[in-house]
Design a protein. Structure first.
Length: 150
């Protein structure tokens, strides 16, 4: 599937669409994505700031998909774990960017070359309109070279 097609699917996918989550950009080479969370009455928490579940949801699938598509079909890639640290209340539109570089992909390939599982933490910050950190997310991805590819 093309990255642009997946971006459109995400933007129509009910958990994102009704959650106020918008995928603003997904590069055709799967190396960059930008996601925005727009404040809506239904995604505010009790004190009027972004609901923590929405902050987490806006970052959920991107590292796994970007790594999987960048490595190709010779690898198993799964989400393994996640952490979120709330830094300050999120109001208005917040955003997160995901950037996957060649050095990271080369390191993953080298580490996973023996066919054993490789776990890697991928960090992301959610920023407000003033580029202040609202939350820090870490997603741990599982990568393993498929047996037939060794």
């Amino acid at each position: 599937m093309k990255a642009s097609t997946l971006r459109h699917i995400f933007n129509l996918w009910p958990p994102f669409l009704f959650g106020g989550i918008h995928v603003a950009h997904m590069s055709s080479d799967w190396r960059h994505a930008r996601v925005e969370l727009r404040m809506r009455p239904w995604n505010r928490n009790y004190v009027g700031t972004h609901f923590g579940g929405s902050l987490f949801a806006m970052t959920d699938p991107f590292w796994m998909i970007m790594v999987k598509e960048s490595l190709g079909s010779d690898y198993y890639v799964w989400d393994k774990a996640a952490e979120i640290e709330f830094v300050k209340p999120g109001k208005g539109t917040v955003h997160a960017e995901f950037r996957l570089d060649d050095a990271t992909l080369d390191d993953i390939r080298q580490t996973a070359a023996d066919g054993q599982k490789h776990l890697r933490w991928m960090p992301t910050e959610i920023l407000n309109a003033q580029n202040e950190t609202v939350a820090r997310i870490r997603k741990q991805i599982y990568v393993r070279l498929k047996p037939k590819a060794r």
